[in-house]
Design a protein around this ligand. Structure first.
Ligand code: HEM
Length: 262
């Protein structure tokens, strides 16, 4: 019987004369390498979500603040915008693909399944990582259709007229992101959908950040409780910040203005 059959998850043997590319390929296709890459790409995605939330909170400070910020991101960064968008997409695809592959390998390693599904350490979040990840991915697709492409909903521009999101303008002729978000979250079903998505994102991140700490070998350090606390605090801050934006609009703290249209 071959060693691979006895130890299906055993370390792959890299030939001693292998070059750095071969070593990198072996490492990245191993379970340990994949876990580290899922952890690193997950951290990059969390970084994006925090940055995006801080930018969106400008909505609470008024129309000019958030429109100026959105205008700068879209027109002030030149080619950097497309490099950042490409990078974000690549990171998202790698995170998703490797997380799926790890899940498939884990299921293949125990095809019969456990008699007792609940292990002592498994939390509801850890058992539903794949499902919450899929829901977050579907939310992002919906969110792009809603705000980036303006396909989901239109905005009231007064006099009983409606306009699609992408044609809304403010007095300076900038895209009126403020009115677009206000139109969205003054619509109850959209607000509810966003709040539910933020709760699912919290479940995914609160466990995902803990796994990241483990995959990066920080669990053994004496600062493990600090990393763990920081992880929960980050997931909770994202939940509170994003839900605050939705609720502030929904209950009227962020008032609507009638925008101009292109
Ligand atoms: C209440 C919370 C959120 C609000 C108010 C919000 C708002 C927006 C708006 C207005 C845009 C379009 C910007 C524009 O085209 O001018 C946008 C784009 C985007 N949002 Fe969000 N967002 C929220 C939460 C999230 C979350 C939780 C994620 C990820 C999990 C996310 C991911 C994205 C992505 C990937 C884009 C496209 C960025 C690009 O065009 O380069 N958003 N968001």
């Amino acid at each position: 019987m071959s060693t691979a059959a006895i130890k299906p998850k055993g370390a792959r043997v890299v030939p001693p004369d292998a070059g750095p590319e071969t070593w990198a390929c072996h490492y990245l296709s191993s379970t340990v390498g994949s876990k580290v890459l899922v952890a690193v790409t997950g951290l990059l995605l969390v970084g994006f979500v925090v940055f995006h939330m801080i930018g969106n909170l400008k909505l609470l400070f008024g129309r000019d603040d958030v429109n100026a910020y959105a205008h700068f991101l879209k027109h002030g960064l030149g080619p950097l915008l497309w490099i950042a968008r490409g990078g974000l997409l690549a990171v998202f695809v790698v995170h998703l693909a490797l997380a799926f592959r790890l899940q498939l390998r884990a299921s293949a390693a125990r095809p019969i399944g456990y008699v007792y599904q609940r292990s002592a350490q498994a939390t509801p979040q850890s058992r539903t990582m794949l499902m919450t990840g899929i829901v977050v991915g579907l939310f992002v697709l919906f969110h792009l259709a809603h705000f980036t492409f303006g396909w989901v909903h239109s905005a009231d521009i007064g006099g009983g007229r409606q306009s699609d999101y992408l044609h809304l303008l403010d007095e300076q002729g900038r895209h009126d992101v403020y009115s677009m978000v206000v139109a969205g979250f003054r619509t109850p079903w959209l607000s509810i959908l966003y709040i539910v998505a933020q709760l699912v994102l919290f479940c995914h991140l609160s466990h995902g950040i803990q796994s990241t700490i483990q995959s990066l070998g920080l669990k053994a350090s004496r600062f493990a409780p600090v990393w763990s606390g920081l992880g929960y605090a980050t997931a909770a801050t994202i939940l509170i910040g994003n839900v605050a934006i939705v609720l502030a609009v929904w209950i009227g703290l962020v008032p609507p203005v009638f925008p101009m249209v292109k």
